[in-house]
Design a protein around this ligand. Sequence first.
Ligand code: FE2
Length: 136
Amino acid sequence: MQVYKWSDALKTNNIKIDQDHKLIIEKAQELSSAMADGKGQERVMEITNFLLSYVKKHFQEEEAMQMKSNYAGYEVHKKNHTYFVSELDQLAERIKKNPNSTVNVLELNKLISGWFFNHIQKLDVEVAKHLNKTNM
Ligand SMILES: [Fe+2]
């Protein structure tokens, strides 16, 4: 079932950030389907681990761009990223124990459709505006 889809509503207008977000959403979709379709623990964890490490890499890169461009909202933004990573880490632990749990599918949905989409539309859009102004 298609749960997550990238759309223009999620566009920040920073090419690098948008490309990363698209991939994160694709992977989250893959994970949601794998859990719901009863795929085995090994496959589910493979996708979970990819998603986790890609999100971490993306946040690090985004934070580095903010630092380099003296973005005023850097500290607040970084705190938001740290929160999300810790939630995702905890979910990954629960997924490992129970790769086909409906509760975990719903939990992932809260994090992606809820937190992540909201983060993109509220905070990342502001970062992109700033980066585009400073030509980064
Ligand atoms: Fe961000």
